[in-house]
Structure formats: structure tokens, C-alpha cells
Design a binder for this molecule. Structure first.
Ligand code: GLN
Length: 248
């Protein structure tokens, strides 16, 4: 199962955030510690989204292992940012391995990632997908469960639903339609981040000026705490709230 993270806080280089820590996202791509639910490594692609200047993020996504891309290692060393969403992917069996299947998925100021799997894909998702505009289905980033989950969250955001509710409602409706799914979602606009712990590991490290949510802690140091299953975290760099996910 994929590993993902979101960071909000004082500017750091992508290298400090993604490559340098002892158990960084880079290391989690080939030596993850907690791959509950299948998969052994996260070698089917990766993606990084960040906010260089203003509200619109940029993305770098590839269908190859993050360790095999020398370009991103060079860029990461010279790219500083105060808001990041990044993921390494272990494709669910049968799902496409293409650049566009790697998180983050994006629209406008939003970046989104899914760590997990929708059980019974695609049949279990037919009723929920049928409620989306046909155009959204024809233009999915990829024919994967994660891309459809993004379309479901995005549909709510476009309708003006607040981000925490958009994530919570999507988790609840997908879990009802596809029991046994693993639905750790991450959503950010560069200012606020929302994360669900729903079937997968999620850890959190907050300081007075920053928040880092990650599938696995980046080191054995103090400050990390596990987010219990069935929780929804909503945070800015300086504020953190946690609530139970309905019906998880
Ligand atoms: N099922 C999703 C995919 O194949 C996410 C995979 C994951 O969490 N490993 O892209």
C-alpha cells in the first residue's frame, strides 16, 4: 500500500523533508515498515506537489520508483517550500502503472492522495460513480480506485462542501459501498490539511509552527504519535483538530 505525507510549516527543502530523514519517504519506498493489507515495496510511481508561490501547486509525478529518478533528487535539494503533499505508490494488482495514477491528484489549489484500496473495484463503485458528472468519469487521471476517490472528493469541494466534510463523507460513503476498504485520504490547499486514518497507518508530528502527517514516522525521535484508526485530522501549521469518522 502506498505511503504518503503532507507538511505545512516553515519552508524546508524537499530534500530535507523527503530524502534526508532516516525513515524518509524515499526509504519507505523500498523498506516500508507497516505495509498492512498487501504489497512489499512502493515502486510503481511517486508524486510530489508543492506551492512555490501563491495558491496554485505544481506537481512532479512519475511511474517509476522514486529512488531511480536522479532528476528529482537534484531538484529536491534546491526547492524550498512550506507546503507539500507527496506519495510513493504500490499499485493495487490490475491497476494501471502510469504517471497520472501517482498521487497527488490536483485541481486548482487542491492536492489529494489515497493510501489504501477500494474493495470490489470497480463493481462496488458503480453506484457512487454514477452520481458523478459523466465528463468527470471520462477524464479521470487513471482507471484506478484512487483517481475515482479524488473525483468523489473533488465533486464535493466544487459544490462548496468544506474539506473535512468532503473527506469524511467520501470515506463514509465508500466504506458503506465497499466494506473492508482502506481509505487513508490526504487533502490540502497548502494552508489546511485533512487526513483520514481509515484502515491504514497514519502518524503525526506537530510543533508550534508546523504539522507533518505521514504514513510512517520519519525517525524514532520524540514528537511522533500514531493517529488511531477511525479518526479524521484537520490541521493548519499552527492548529490541530481530531474527530471520529462517522461509521468507521
Ligand atoms: N489502490 C491505489 C492504487 O493502485 C492505491 C494503492 C496503495 O495505497 N498502495 O493506486
Amino acid at each position: 500500500m502506498c505511503r504518503h505525507l503532507a507538511y505545512l510549516g516553515p519552508p524546508v527543502t524537499l530534500r530535507e523533508l523527503l530524502f534526508d530523514p532516516p525513515h524518509s519517504l524515499l526509504r519507505q519506498s523500498w523498506a516500508p515498515r507497516d505495509m498492512r493489507g498487501g504489497g512489499t515495496i512502493n515502486a510503481d510511481g511517486f508524486g510530489i506537489g508543492w506551492y512555490p508561490d501563491g495558491p496554485t501547486p505544481v506537481r512532479y509525478r512519475r511511474a517509476q520508483p522514486i529512488w531511480s529518478d536522479p532528476t528529482i533528487a537534484e531538484l529536491a535539494a534546491v526547492t524550498s517550500t512550506g507546503a507539500v503533499l507527496a506519495a510513493v505508490r504500490s499499485a493495487t494488482v490490475g491497476m494501471a502503472i502510469v504517471d497520472t495514477a501517482a498521487a497527488p491528484f490536483a485541481e486548482g489549489r487542491w492536492l489529494f492522495s489515497h493510501n489504501g484500496v477500494v474493495r470490489g473495484w470497480p463493481d462496488t463503485m458503480v453506484p457512487l460513480a454514477a452520481e458523478l458528472p459523466v465528463r468527470d468519469l471520462l477524464t479521470l487521471d487513471a482507471t484506478t480506485d484512487s483517481a475515482l476517490l479524488w473525483a468523489l472528493v473533488r465533486d464535493r469541494l466544487r459544490a462548496g462542501v468544506a474539506p473535512a466534510r468532503a473527506v469524511a463523507e467520501t470515506v463514509t460513503s465508500v466504506a458503506a459501498a465497499a466494506p473492508g476498504s482502506r481509505l487513508n485520504l490526504l487533502l490540502t490547499d497548502g494552508h489546511t490539511v485533512v487526513a483520514s486514518a481509515a484502515g491504514h497507518a497514519l502518524s503525526l508530528r506537530a510543533t508550534p509552527a508546523s504539522v507533518l502527517l505521514a504514513s510512517e514516522p520519519h525517525d524514532d525521535g520524540p514528537g511522533w504519535r500514531a493517529v488511531p484508526d477511525g479518526q479524521l485530522v484537520q490541521a493548519t501549521a499552527t492548529d490541530l483538530r481530531q474527530q471520529a469518522l462517522a461509521a468507521w
